[in-house]
Write a protein that binds this ligand. Structure first.
Ligand code: HEC
Ligand code: HEC
Length: 323
């Protein structure tokens, strides 16, 4: 082999070595993260008393981690007391549940595991199960350098939930002057949504379409509608019937709506806001900023609904997309 051939070959060989060494196969143990481990637990029925229910039984990935029922089924066929919310776009929230009774995502985890209508398992028991599961034991050892305990279990589930942010939507593209933003109809809907006529934007504002407050939109009458919401937590009479303002990202795929799943479609929600008294004959302590009669036309109702669809992430509208 001549010298002129030998040197370039050596250079190329070194180059190929450098490139291939920077590739690491995915999903090997060396790429384990808190999010992965949290995801595994989120989908694992080990967290329910009879091994029949996982977090994902109610928070289904295909429905933006909500489900399609007014009330969801937990262990022993029991139903939840409230509608299951999406657990996407939680990273910026500072209180959780419809009444805000959990102060962090970490603190929240214990709730569903112990709730008799959901997973019905004392958290201590859940920790024991995970400790005596060889696979989990090794994974926690690797990630946290110790056996699984309650702190590391809630830590990784919360980390997984914080990874579920969605911002690939027509509305986000429109805001950033990118192509494939809002259609003309959605633009009209946006005008309405942000107007003083509807006041939607007063409570549901960007980036996640919630002001993170508790408000009473009129779905409390002390009789049939008797969930007093935020009052459960504060015992302040002014909080009766108030609920956490839900973020509206992906709202088009999280029906039914409200803390009690009372509305089956977005159209029903819009009809309600348009004329709340038509639906609720009597109501107590409704927020005074809510109009009693917006007077939306048929076209305007459709425009508003079409705007709400522009808050859906691409992963739910494109069939080829991944989770
Ligand atoms: C049986 C159905 C069910 C199961 C199982 C379940 N959840 Fe939920 N989840 C709900 C319901 C219903 C609510 C609302 C309860 C309330 O506000 O009082 C909720 C609320 C939440 C919230 C608060 C969302 C917000 O907007 O504040 C988070 C986060 C959450 N669940 C995570 C989990 C995790 C993690 C697990 C598994 C350890 C789990 N859930 C298991 C039904 C369920
Ligand atoms: C005074 C604050 C306020 C205003 C104004 C307001 N909302 Fe809401 N919105 C809330 C609260 C609070 C809830 C949850 C109420 C409940 O469950 O009882 C809610 C729930 C919703 C839901 C259901 C979300 C879900 O996941 O269940 C949609 C959709 C919605 N609002 C859209 C709108 C639209 C459209 C407008 C304007 C026409 C509007 N909101 C005006 C506070 C407000």
């Amino acid at each position: 082999m001549s010298k002129t051939f030998y040197i370039p070959t050596l250079v190329i060989a070194i180059f190929i070595c450098l490139i291939t060494s920077s590739y690491k196969p995915k999903d090997t143990v060396s790429t384990l993260t808190k999010e992965h481990l949290g995801e595994k637990l989120f989908f694992d029925k080990i967290l329910s008393s009879d091994y029949s229910i996982s977090c994902a039984s109610c928070h289904k990935p295909e429905f933006a981690f909500a489900d399609t029922m007014a009330f969801s089924k937990g262990v022993n066929g029991k139903f939840t007391a409230r509608n299951t919310p999406s657990v996407m776009n939680m990273a910026m929230r500072d209180e959780f549940f419809w009444d805000g009774r959990a102060k962090s995502l970490e603190a929240q985890v214990v709730g569903p595991v112990e709730n008799p209508n959901e997973m019905n398992l004392p958290f201590k028991e859940a920790v024991k199960r995970i400790q005596s599961n060889q696979e989990y034991y090794l994974l926690f050892k690797q990630l946290y350098q110790k056996a699984p305990d309650s702190a590391s279990i809630v830590d990784c589930i919360a980390a997984f939930e914080r990874s579920l942010e969605t911002d690939q939507t027509p509305n986000d593209r429109w805001l950033n002057d990118l192509p494939n933003g809002l259609t003309t109809q959605q633009m009209r809907g946006r005008e309405l949504f942000t107007s003083n006529r509807t006041r939607c934007f007063d409570c549901h504002f960007t980036p996640d379409f919630t002001s993170d407050e508790y408000r009473n939109i009129g779905l409390f009458d002390g009789k049939v509608f008797n969930d007093s919401g935020r009052y459960h937590v504060t015992k302040n009479l002014l909080d009766i019937g108030k609920f956490k303002i839900p973020g509206l990202r992906n709202v088009a795929i999280t029906a039914p709506y409200m803390h009690n799943g009372i509305f089956k479609t977005l159209r029903e929600v819009i009809d309600y806001y348009d004329e709340p008294n038509k639906f609720m004959k009597q109501t107590l302590y409704r927020d005074t900023i809510l109009p009693l009669h917006i007077g939306l036309t048929e076209q305007e109702k459709q425009d508003l609904e079409s705007y709400l669809h522009a808050l859906t992430d691409d992963r739910f509208t494109k069939t080829s997309s991944k989770k």
